[in-house]
Structure formats: C-alpha cells, structure tokens
Design a protein around this ligand. Structure first.
Ligand code: AMP
Length: 376
C-alpha cells in the first residue's frame, strides 16, 4: 500500500486524503496542531514543519511527500527531497512561497503582471508609491494569504502606517490593477509531462477572502480559457512542476494579468469534487504517484460557496436538490473557513437561481455579488 505524506493538515490535506483513499493510499499528515482537521481522515504526525525527528519519521514511513500549503520551510522541503520524492519540487515551492520570486518567475516566462517594486525601507516605499501611483498594494513577500500581510496605500500619508505595520519583513509594492474580474486556473501535470486543465473559475472575494467560485461565468470565454491554459503551460513546464498548480489572474480589458500562484490544490477548485469527471484532489494524488491524469471535463454547471465562521443549518441546504455540503470538522471561529457548499444544476439558469438561494442562507449580505454566467 502506498503511503503519501502531506505537509499541512488543514481542509486541503483532508480532502486530498479523502480522494486518495479511494485509490488505496494511506496518508501521514504533518501539522503542528493535534486538532488539525485532516487528522479525521489520515494519521496525524504532530510537530513543527522543521522538526527534524518528524521529518525523518515522515521520510521513513511515506513513499512520496506533497504539501497542502505554500509556506513550507524551504530547508524542510529540501531535506525531505534528499530522502524521498517531494512533489511539487522544493524549488517550485520556494518560488511560489515568496511573492518576489514568484513575480520574477512570471516575468521569466513572459506572463504579464502588475508593475512592482521590492521594498525594504520607508524611503523605498515612498519612491515605489511615486513610481507606481496610488492606490498601490503593499504585501509581505512571505506568509501573506487571504488578504493578510497586505495594506492598500491611498496616498503618501499612508506610507508610515503601512511600513510600521508590515515593514519588519521584506515587502513588495504593486501597482493597482483595475480589473473587471478575478479568475483562477487550476491545472495538473504528472512526471511524464501530461497536463490537464480545469475550466477558468470566476472568483469573488470579500475582504481578501474567497467567497464564491464559478467556472465559466462572465467574463470567461473560450478564447480567455485558451490564453489562460497557454500561460499555465509555460509555468508548469518552466517550473518542471508535478502536481496541481493554481494561478490567480486579473482580467483587465479582456487581458490576463497574473496575481499569484498556489503550488497546491486550490479553494477555487473545490467544486471539481462534484462538478468534474476527476476532482483536483484525485488529480493531485494521480500526479504525485506518476499515474495517468483524469479527465477534467465538467459534469454539469456548478459553483462553490465558502462557509466562514461556522457551518450554518445544514438541513436547509441539503434539502435543495444537488446541493452538497462539505464540513471540515473545524471548530467555529469568526472568519475561519469551516466548510464549503457545492451547488450543481442542470442548466446555467437553474444554477443562477440555486446559487441565489444558497447565498441567501449562507451569506445574505453578499447575495448580490454571486458570479453570473452573463454580465449583470
Ligand atoms: P492576494 O493576497 O495577492 O491574492 O490579494 C488579495 C486580494 O486583494 C485580491 O484577490 C484582489 O482582490 C486584491 N488585490 C491584490 N493585489 C491587487 C492589485 N495589484 N490590484 C488590485 N487588486 C489587488
């Protein structure tokens, strides 16, 4: 029996282990928390990500190691990779983990990005603001996610406060992208070099956190899909990537501008569990085991709604036809991702109506922001 090691025991690790168990795999999951939710479906190894004894145990007991988040300490990834296969590779992880390296990689592969400056002093931030214009986005190079480690500067008057808040660590400052939509492409590549792409998702964030994802919603067109796939192919090949990779992009005047990449399964791909012939989780397992990748053709119109804070009354959701609740087994806490809902329908019009009904239960304050098949 194959044992897969996962670094990180959150919901992504949990769904990876759920998908991989149908292929007969066992999972050994390294996480600092004894209550990490992936522990409900795999064996938890409790320890810090750089705990040498835990890494040795992982390398002895697992056949291959993967990750469910990007902030794996680079030394830990390299240490493991000297002992057993690690996918994605430590160098791909190191690139995706750091916003500066990530931007340099996008440039190397001729993928458009917002203009940016690397910033390490208040003076450099002042110059960056002058050169990039306001508003601009100040971000920590590592450990930023879901809008954390980020500050929007509206003018020179914000520089000192922004630098005081974030300036203890290396930063990048980015020009604002006046986007009409945010989209993401999730793809998989196996060691044989085979690719699979999922449909482009339109993503709606609130305060930096993903709330809705819907493949093929406005403004996605077949042409935008092929341009996103071409760009993704450059990344997958350029990084010699093995596993699932997600790239988040802005759509500006119909053009794609890359924001960031995630070297793992992605929240905007959760609907592939019910919405695709092969989920992103199963394809991640297939990719890292060197197995043929599964078909990513959609099964039906589908969308995803995140559950933040606490899982609402499941009965109200589950009595709706083809609505699926995923509760991660996490304790309630304000803003915490505790689950998601997949809404599947027989037509895009039906999906619009069902998505409205689900949003009314889950997040009524955001019901007007639900992504639509056509421009509102
Ligand atoms: P990030 O953590 O980089 O994904 O940023 C979180 C959210 O902030 C994004 O989903 C966008 O809505 C917004 N954002 C980040 N960077 C920019 C930018 N350069 N221009 C406009 N909006 C941005």
């Amino acid at each position: 029996m194959t044992t897969i090691g996962i670094i990180g025991g959150g919901q992504l690790g949990r769904m990876l282990a759920q998908a991989g168990s149908t292929l007969g795999c066992r999972f050994l999951i390294l996480d600092p928390s004894p209550s990490a939710c992936a522990g409900g479906v795999g064996e938890l190894l409790v320890g810090q990500y750089d705990d040498e004894a835990r890494l040795v145990e992982l390398s002895r007991r697992a056949d291959v190691v993967t990750v469910e988040f990007e902030n794996v300490p680079p030394d830990a990834a390299r240490y493991l990779a000297a002992l057993l296969p690690v996918h994605p590779s430590p160098s791909a992880l190191a690139t995706a983990r750091d916003r500066l390296f990530e931007k340099e990689a996008f440039r190397r592969f001729h993928i458009p990005i917002a203009d940016f400056r690397s910033v390490s002093s208040e003076e450099e931030l002042r110059r960056a603001g002058e050169e990039l214009g306001y508003p601009c986005f100040l971000k920590t190079r590592v450990f930023g996610y879901d809008g954390r480690g980020q500050w929007v500067l509206h003018g020179q008057e914000d520089i000192t406060a922004a630098f005081d808040a974030l300036g203890k660590v290396p930063l990048v400052c980015e020009a604002r992208v006046p986007f009409e939509a945010e989209v993401s492409l999730v793809a998989a590549r196996n060691p044989q070099g085979e690719f699979r792409f999922y449909p482009l998702n339109v993503n709606v964030h609130e305060k930096g956190v993903l709330r809705f994802s819907r493949p093929n919603a406005w403004p996605v067109t077949p042409d935008l899909q092929s341009r996103a796939e071409a760009l993704m192919e450059k990344l997958l090949v350029g990084l010699d990537y093995v596993g699932v990779l997600a790239v988040e992009l802005f759509v500006v005047n119909g053009e794609l501008v890359a924001n960031e990449m995630a070297p793992r399964v992605h929240n905007s791909g959760h609907h592939t569990i019910e919405g695709s012939r092969t989920s992103q989780f199963e394809n991640q397992v297939r990719a890292i085991l060197g197995l043929p990748l599964g078909d990513t053709t959609p099964l039906a119109p589908v969308a995803m709604v995140n559950l933040l804070g606490e899982v609402p009354d499941m009965g109200a959701l589950l009595k709706m036809k083809d609505v699926h609740v995923h509760a991660y087994g996490k304790s309630a806490s304000p803003g915490r991702k505790v689950g998601h809902v997949t809404v599947r329908a027989d037509s895009e019009d039906e999906l619009d109506a069902k998505l409205d009904a689900v949003a009314t239960i889950v997040c009524p304050e955001l019901a007007a922001k639900v992504p639509r098949r056509t421009k509102a």
